[in-house]
Write a protein that binds this ligand. Sequence first.
Ligand SMILES: Cc1ncc(COP(=O)(O)O)c(C=O)c1O
Length: 433
Amino acid sequence: MVDNKSNKHKNYRAKTLGNHTLHPETQMMGYGYDPMLSEGALKPPIFMTSTFTFASAQDGKEFFELAYGKREARAKEQPGLIYSRINNPDLEVLEDRLALWENADCAAAFASGMAAISTCLWSYLRPGDVIVYSAPIYGGTEHLIRNILPLYGIKSVEFEAGGPEPTLPIALDEAKALGRVAVIFTETPANPTNNLVDLEACANEAKRMEAETGTKPIVMVDNTFLGPVWQHPLEHGCDIVIYSLTKYVAGHSDVVAGAAVGSHEVMGPVRGFRTILGTMCDPHSGWLIMRSLETLKLRMTAAAENARIIAEYLRDHPKVSKVHYLGFLSEDDPCYRIFTEQAKSAGSTFSFDVIGGEREAFAVLDNLQIIKLAVSLGGTESLMEHPFTMTHSDVPDDVKIRLGIGENLVRISVGIENVDDLIADLEQALSAI
Ligand SMILES: Cc1ncc(COP(=O)(O)O)c(C=O)c1O
């Protein structure tokens, strides 16, 4: 075998070409991976190994010192590979590439979106603390905050996404009276209503809390709905961006994974907790997600264009009373300004109200032929579901109604099929009402 290792190593972490700054969609094909370390293989091999051999005992000692934060890295010292719960080449390349979309220092990949969310929360919340969170949010996150965190003495105060401006300051002032406000958690656009939260306001309010109480709440944003292509929460002063990679990033409905992205300082405790909780992604899933990242922008662009056409079709449909599509926000809606300042696209997941209730919503879902009746979103194929009884089943009914999640609401994640076929399917399914 030719020893490719004798070839010159290129700078595989360059972010510029001369004066030209490279774009993430270009970088997804090569950033962070040196083929010469893997026999010249163009693509990173899958490192299916639980552990890594050390060249010497001294190396092992030094790798652990660095991994466990027992000392600072020396000049040019890179963390050594130890054990796949701590680090793995596929995850390292994946994490470097995920960080590029947000222009962030680093990322951590997890076994699921919920693993990312729960690990981030465990990293920053302590007994007696309070978390302030926007509503609605994904049902699993809501369950964690509402039912599990209280078992550990952590209280919560909710504020409404898309509500009038003062809802967050009021919630924070209420929370401050209950204990140390350690985290502001938000999901925007909110699943499933697409209500928006002003991220800059969250960051500014966190600073106000710091001035008033001495603790700056960490602002965490679940950016799953618009993904790293259409919204960049760190640019608005937030601290940690969280993803269910299962959705748009992996994008083929065949992987469950998650990620958190942020500065070295903020991500330090998260990475440390991940090592001990063991909530990391596995190398094979990591490799699949790297492959998906190569087409992320293409897929999200195509899906968003299909979604716009479908939203327009549904808006004119006599059996549909309202389409919760971000592109339809009117200028007097409190979310309009947030949308124009914060999002680069209306995305491709939205909900709509059919005229009627559960019976009519189910009739549409049961008659779909092309679009699949399934929860989840962000895949190449279109999916539809009934939030009231499915993804948000666990949220108390009165809370759902207050937040606009009615029994006549159905959610669609628009895929990249031919849009005429999707409209033909919706047309025949809606005629079943
Ligand atoms: C907005 C959002 N965040 C987080 C999650 C949880 O992600 P996972 O299923 O990868 O754990 C979901 C799942 O549907 C979601 O929609």
